[in-house]
Design a protein around this ligand. Structure first.
Ligand SMILES: NC(=O)c1ccc[n+]([C@@H]2O[C@H](COP(=O)([O-])OP(=O)(O)OC[C@H]3O[C@@H](n4cnc5c(N)ncnc54)[C@H](OP(=O)(O)O)[C@@H]3O)[C@@H](O)[C@H]2O)c1
Length: 267
């Protein structure tokens, strides 16, 4: 029997790559979009979902259960970027981002866990970010939301272990997707105290995403996690230097690591 995989945010970037790859590997794949009607040429099923709307979450899960009768793997991929000088990012945008990047995955996990408990099996893979491991300047809100999801995963793992459910994080480095287009970013204001540094770093962030790696790499990492048993709490995927930064953060004295980040960003 084909494993049933639900991937939030299957319309573009990493989520689309995951859906396409798993579809070719003989899984039954359900991707999602807030506007599924916009996409007609997808090989996998694309259903409606806004992770910030609990009724939409319920409808999405019900639709998969109606069609497939089970959910073996949930991949919490839907997410959005947010950049800006912390002082200048409106709280309304911070709330919106955390609703998508943190509360959204929370709602999805709460909705699938009863199903997975009944099945006495299941896997949840939360797509976080290397940025979750370190507070990055002008990306503090993004780092925080992803870090919250990383730590929540550690806790949930222990609660659901008895039901044969495994939960993990997969943290990508930079991958070439549409994330910059959908991201909230504060305007670079030449009159702002942060105008020069933020403008420079925003350019760097955009260049990194544009020159990022092929999201197929993330899809392959996801499939590996689906196949193996006794998965670890945390995985990373991406360029060596980005994965290595996570290792450095865990072994270097805090002041040294911060100095490296300051030097890297010329702050
Ligand atoms: N690209 C990178 O370098 C990178 C690095 C680290 C982590 N990530 C993470 O990887 C994940 C995918 O990002 P991406 O780079 O592939 O970005 P992307 O190309 O912008 O794709 C984002 C996906 O999320 C969906 N989405 C956005 N808001 C949603 C909402 N409220 N409800 C449901 N779906 C929603 C979008 O679908 P619709 O617009 O069709 O609804 C789209 O399919 C995100 O969690 C991101 O934080 C990306």
């Amino acid at each position: 029997m084909k494993k049933v995989i639900l991937v939030t945010g299957g319309s573009s970037g990493i989520g689309k790559s995951i859906c396409e790859y798993l579809h070719t590997r003989d899984y039954k794949v359900y991707g999602t979009s807030r506007n599924p009607d916009r996409y007609s040429d997808f090989d996998f099923n694309l259903i409606a979902l806004d992770v910030t709307d609990e009724q939409s979450v319920e409808r999405c899960i019900a639709e998969v259960m109606d069609q497939a009768g089970r959910i073996d793997v949930l991949i919490n991929n839907a997410g959005a970027g947010i950049t800006g000088p912390f002082e200048e990012v409106p709280n309304s945008e911070i709330r919106k981002n955390l609703e998508t990047n943190f509360i959204g995955p929370v709602s999805m996990m709460k909705a699938v866990l009863p199903i997975m408990r009944k099945q006495n099996s299941g896997k949840i893979i939360n797509i976080t970010s290397i940025a979750a491991y370190m507070g990055l300047p002008f990306r503090g809100i993004y780092s925080s939301g992803k870090a919250a999801l990383e730590v929540l995963t550690e806790a949930i793992r222990m609660e659901v272990k008895a039901f044969n459910i495994e939960v993990t994080n997969l943290a990508p480095g930079d991958f070439a997707t549409n994330i910059a287009a959908g991201r909230f970013h504060s305007e670079v204001d030449p009159n702002s105290a942060y105008g020069e540094t933020y403008g420079r770093i925003l350019n760097e962030i955009n260049e990194h995403v544009d020159s990022g790696r092929d999201p197929l790499e993330v899809a392959k990492a996801v499939e590996k996690i689906i196949r193996i048993s006794q998965i670890k709490p945390h995985y990373t995927v991406g360029a060596f230097v980005q994965k290595f930064s996570v290792v450095l953060k865990s072994i270097l004295p805090q002041k040294i690591f911060e100095k490296l980040l300051l030097r890297h960003h010329k702050l």
